[in-house]
Design a protein around this ligand. Structure first.
Ligand SMILES: *Cc1c(COP(=O)(O)O)cnc(C)c1O
Length: 457
């Protein structure tokens, strides 16, 4: 092994000296030192000091089958020996990409029969934009360009992905969003609709899509994109009325429907894809993360027949793709990951066992004095922190409520992520009932410690 043994302090010093991290305030790393994780097994990660931590976030929403699966290691090693790299440009291909494409279309809805591979979720969303624009051009309607997305949605960090995303602070850093992308409101009932009935609120937020289409002109709108359940925005679970209404509006105006399945895909909601869970029929589905359980980078766009049919009769070349589109080693690992998900019935485990138990145990936390709402869907959950349960009053930003809780979690052997004023979790799909008990018990202890720090009783 070429990575030397060093102490935590040595790693932290070198990290601060040389390594710039994603989504990080760089100067904080110099002051505080980062957490150094050096191995993992099952649903647990270990830091260099040997502390065992239950990974309530599946890495970054991706280690669906859990850590330490030797079969994926073997699949990568076999493929590296056989053919470590070849590209798919200029009419070349290779068995791992072809086989994975075939297998993916077996688990999708019947109208989805093609895949365009990329290296990540962000690249998948850039690919979505390029496909949507090309689709309407080939159809002779190039003025249909506007893609409608949502505030507080997350679609990655390339310029296209970050523009689709709905975070104003992100847009400001690159003078974005890029042209032809507009945002409507999100179906965030607890935060934005609490004085309304959830069903009515869900309909109202979906109808913002129709209002926006009419405002812009239906002949100018190309597509709508949304995460089935928003992940990075804080596990925003839409009311039941939301997605059927979105589908109706897309159908009525003939605009393409895109569900960003980078988190919800591959079992997270107890179905293969979030679109299946909500009963919608997307034209395009960007995927990544759980596609390989994060063991190696790979993304793609699952393409429905409506779009594939038009793109396949384009006389021009589709001038788009990446060196690592359909990387053979990544495809071999993904195929092995799919085999494990299928043979071990992990999606069924989520649907029938893990998600119902997770929902039941998590809901107990709603009684905690610090908690305004607990919501779950599949194996995604959010705990909203409030100063006053009755009025839903929040803590002032300076109180750092969620970050305080996150620090307690790490110290007590649990990873939960802090998003604005909520704590979010999305554990590996293989989590057992006993491990869910451990997760919820630790979460409660950390909420107690946070309440004590914030002076809430
Ligand atoms: C993580 C994420 C992405 C971006 O994926 P990367 O692999 O980080 O580029 C896109 N969409 C959603 C919904 C995500 O959660």
């Amino acid at each position: 092994m070429s990575i030397p043994a060093r102490t935590r302090q040595e790693w932290q010093a070198l990290d601060a000296q040389h390594n710039l991290h994603p989504f990080t305030t760089f100067k904080e790393i110099v002051d505080k030192g980062s957490r150094i994780i050096n191995r993992a097994d099952g649903v647990y990660i270990y830091d260099v000091d040997g502390n065992r931590i239950l990974d309530g976030m599946s890495g970054l929403w991706c280690v669906n089958i859990g850590y330490g699966r030797e079969e994926l290691v073997q699949a990568a090693a076999r493929q590296m020996r056989e053919l470590p790299f070849y590209n798919q440009f200029f009419q070349c291909s290779h068995p791992p990409a072809i086989e994975l494409a075939r297998q993916l279309t077996e688990i999708t809805q019947p109208h989805i029969n093609h895949v365009f591979f990329t290296g990540s979720g962000s690249e998948s969303n850039d690919t979505v934009l390029r496909m949507v624009w090309r689709y309407w051009s080939v159809l002779g309607q190039p003025e249909r360009r506007i893609v409608i997305s949502r505030k507080n949605g997350y679609h990655g960090s390339t310029l296209g992905g970050a523009s689709l995303g709905g975070f104003g602070v992100v847009h400001e850093q690159f003078f974005g969003p890029i042209p032809n992308i507009v945002h409507i409101g999100q179906p965030y009932w607890y935060g934005e609709g609490a004085d309304q009935d959830p069903a009515a609120f869900g309909l109202a937020r979906a109808r913002e899509l129709e209002a926006k289409i009419l405002e812009l002109g239906p002949d100018k709108v190309a597509a709508f994109i949304g995460e089935p359940v928003q992940g990075a925005g804080g596990v925003i679970v839409p009311p039941e009325t939301y997605w059927p209404e979105i589908q109706r509006i897309c159908d009525k105006y003939g605009i393409l429907l895109i569900t960003d399945e980078v988190i919800c895909g591959f079992g997270r909601l107890g179905s293969w894809f979030g679109a299946d869970h909500y009963g919608v029929k997307p034209d395009l589905m960007p995927i990544a993360k759980g596609l390989t359980s994060g063991y190696i980078p790979l993304g793609g766009v699952l393409v429905g027949d409506r779009v594939a049919g038009v793109l396949k009769r384009d006389d021009d070349e589709f001038f788009h793709g990446f060196t690592y589109s359909g990387h053979p080693v990544a495809c071999a690992v993904a195929a092995e990951n799919l085999r494990i998900l299928r043979e071990e019935k992990i999606v069924e485990h989520v649907r029938d066992t893990a998600a119902p138990y997770f929902a039941e145990r998590m809901s107990e936390l709603a009684e905690h004095p610090l908690v305004g709402e607990v919501r779950t869907r599949g194996l995604m959950g959010a705990i909203e922190l409030v100063r006053n349960k009755a009025t839903r009053e929040r803590f002032p930003a300076e109180a750092n409520a969620a970050m305080t809780c996150r620090e307690h979690c790490f110290r007590n052997g649990l990873v939960m992520r802090a998003v604005a004023q909520s704590m979010i979790v999305a554990p590996p799909l293989v989590i057992t009932r006993a491990e869910i008990d451990e997760l919820v018990d630790k979460a409660r202890r950390c909420l107690d410690l946070t309440a004590r720090d914030l002076g809430v009783h």
